[in-house]
Structures are given as C-alpha cells and as structure tokens.
Design a protein around this ligand. Structure first.
Ligand SMILES: O=P(O)(O)OC[C@H]1O[C@H](OP(=O)(O)OP(=O)(O)O)[C@H](O)[C@@H]1O
Ligand SMILES: Nc1nc2[nH]cnc2c(=O)[nH]1
Length: 179
C-alpha cells in the first residue's frame, strides 16, 4: 500500500498535534453547551475517532451517510441521504465533523438540512479545506489544514474505497489511477 503513495502531505505526528489543538479549542468553545458531534461517513471516521477523544466534555455522537446522485452530482449539488441521524436534534449544539471541504456541495446541503431541524446551533469542523475548488460558499468554524488542489487519500479519505486506513494524508502515484 505504501508503495502506491507519491508523497506525504500531512504526517502522523502533525495530524495528532493538530487534532489535539482542535480538541482543546472545541472544549473551550462548548463549555456549558449540549455538544453533539455529527460524523459524516465514511471519510470522517478516523478524524472523528481521534477528535472526540481530544474533547474534554460530556458530548454525544451520531452518524450520517450521504452520497452524490450519479456522476454530475458534485456540480448539481444534489445529495442523497443513505443513513440519517438517529437523534432528535432539538436542544443540541451540533458540530458536523468532516474529512474534507472541497466544492462545498456536500456540506452546504447537510448544513441546510440539519438547520431545518432546529437544533440550538450548527457548526462545521473539517480536517481539510481545499478552498481552490469551492463552488458554493461554506464557512467552517474549525479547519485542521488547508490543502492545495490535489486529490488526497489516507486517514479516512479514499481512492476507489481504498487507502482509508493509511495513517497519514498523502497523494497517490499517477500510475495507481491507470491500474
Ligand atoms: O465539498 P465536496 O466537493 O462536496 O466534497 C467533500 C465530500 O467528499 C467526500 O465524501 P465522498 O463522497 O468521497 O464519500 P466518503 O466520505 O464515503 O468517502 C468527503 O467526505 C466530503 O463529504
Ligand atoms: N479522497 C478524497 N475525497 C475527496 N472528496 C473531495 N475531495 C477529495 C479528495 O481530495 N480526496
């Protein structure tokens, strides 16, 4: 697997340190609030698992899964809910946990859908932000790292459903895409 990686963009230690910082910041910001971390599957699982343990608050967690409709979707902005949340959101301060903010289509849809359920508040925490690719405006409250316009994998992020288990963020060799 590691032979398929062209370069490391963010190493394990750097990820660990940044997640620790984000956890401390969220712990300060959500004192006295009713925090619910909403993990958007599948890409956010590694970040979610580490981030929730870096937050020193009696928080709740829930999961949702979304997918895009067909090939042109990332431009149409239509997102399909594969698995909805289990929890009634009233009274919760939601923090949506994502692996990457790219075009913004996924998160703008999720934000709108969750705000309609009238939680106390909704904010976004994304590990990676790729602002060069933005098509719709989305304002994350917490960003781990800003990344250049390259397709990244690892720490939850996949290429063709693989490489999610890579413990760091990297870029694949071009030949992997033509295999
Ligand atoms: O800003 P956008 O252009 O909408 O892209 C970001 C979305 O793309 C990825 O999910 P993906 O559809 O690859 O699913 P996955 O999390 O199951 O890998 C990522 O987890 C975000 O949800
Ligand atoms: N794995 C992966 N998924 C994405 N979804 C949107 N951008 C990316 C990216 O750079 N890598």
């Amino acid at each position: 697997m590691k032979d398929d990686v062209l370069k490391t963009l963010i190493g394990e230690e750097e990820l660990k340190e940044r997640v620790r910082e984000l956890g401390e910041q969220i712990t300060r910001d959500y004192q006295g609030k009713n925090l619910l971390l909403v993990s958007v599957l599948k890409g956010s699982i590694a970040f979610m698992a580490d981030l929730m343990r870096a937050i020193d608050l009696p928080l709740s967690i829930d999961f949702m899964a979304v997918s895009s409709y067909g090939a042109g979707v990332k431009t149409s902005g239509v997102v399909k809910i594969i698995k909805d949340l289990d929890i009634d959101l009233k009274g919760y301060d939601l923090l949506i946990v994502e692996d990457i903010l790219d075009s913004g289509m996924t998160l703008s849809y999720i934000m709108e859908m969750l705000e309609a359920r009238e939680p106390s508040s909704v904010k976004i925490c994304t590990l990676l932000d790729k602002p060069e690719r933005r098509q719709v405006s989305v304002a994350p409250a917490y960003v781990g790292f800003t990344v250049p316009d390259e397709f990244v994998i690892g720490y939850g992020l996949d290429y063709d459903e693989k490489y999610r288990n890579l413990p760091y963020i990297g870029v694949l060799k071009p030949e992997v895409y033509t295999k």
